[in-house]
Ligand binder design. Structure first.
Ligand SMILES: [Zn+2]
Ligand SMILES: [Zn+2]
Length: 194
C-alpha cells in the first residue's frame, strides 16, 4: 500500500481510535466502555512482567532527543502541539506505547512477529522493548520522521485496517478527513522522497 494511502488511513482513524480501547478491540474483548489508559488488561499484563505503570516506564526509558512528541508519541510533525514547540501542552493520548507493548506481550493479538520484523532481531524482554522502541526509526513512517515504536504501531494498525473498517467503518462513510487535493500533494511528495 502506498504511503499516501496509509497516511490517510491513520490520520482519518486517529480521532476514533483514541476514544476506545484498541487493545481489547483487537482481542475481541469488551472494549467500548474504557480507554487504553484505564484498561485493566494492560495493567495486569504489564504487572506480570514487572512494569507497574507503562507511563512511568516510558518516562524512565527516555525518548531519543527530538525523536517525537513525548506525550502522544507521534512524530513531531504529526502533533499540532509539538509542531509549534509545545509538546508539553499536547493533550492527545499516547496510543502508541501501550499498543506496541501489548502487541509484543500478548501472543493472542498476533502482532509479536511485526515487532521483531521491524526490529530485525529478537526482543529479549519488556525492558529491551522499551529501550528499542524509543529510538528514532531509520526511515520515514507515513512520510514523517518518527520513532521505531511509531513505525511498528503503524504496521499493527495497517494489519488490522480491514477489521477497523468493517466493524467501525460506517461512521466514516459520509466523507473522508483528507481532500482529494491534499491526497494528490501527498502522493507527489511521496514520489519525490522515495
Ligand atoms: Zn482494554
Ligand atoms: Zn503530541
Amino acid at each position: 500500500m502506498e504511503q499516501g494511502e496509509r497516511r490517510k488511513f491513520i490520520e482519518l482513524w486517529w480521532p476514533r481510535l483514541k476514544r476506545m480501547c484498541v487493545i481489547c478491540f483487537l482481542l475481541d474483548e469488551y472494549w467500548e466502555d474504557h480507554h487504553i489508559w484505564s484498561c485493566k488488561r494492560v495493567k495486569d499484563e504489564l504487572c506480570r512482567v514487572g512494569v507497574k505503570d507503562w507511563a512511568v516506564k516510558k518516562i524512565q526509558s527516555k525518548y531519543e532527543t527530538a525523536s517525537c512528541c513525548y506525550r502522544c508519541s507521534r512524530p513531531g510533525d504529526m502533533c499540532e502541539a509539538a509542531q509549534v514547540g509545545l509538546s508539553q501542552g499536547c493533550l492527545e493520548p499516547d496510543m502508541i506505547v501501550p499498543v506496541v507493548v501489548m502487541g509484543w506481550l500478548v501472543e493472542e493479538m498476533g502482532l509479536k512477529g511485526i515487532v521483531e520484523e521491524v526490529a530485525g532481531r529478537e526482543i529479549k524482554d519488556v525492558h529491551d522493548l522499551f529501550g528499542w522502541m524509543m529510538r528514532r526509526h531509520y526511515e520515514r513512517t507515513l512520510s514523517y520522521w518518527g520513532t521505531r515504536g511509531f513505525a511498528v504501531w503503524v504496521e499493527m494498525m495497517m494489519l488490522n485496517k480491514k477489521r477497523f473498517e468493517e466493524e467501525l467503518g460506517e461512521e466514516f462513510e459520509s466523507g473522508s478527513g483528507c481532500s482529494d487535493e491534499e491526497m494528490k500533494s501527498n502522493e507527489e511528495w511521496d514520489e519525490e522522497s522515495d
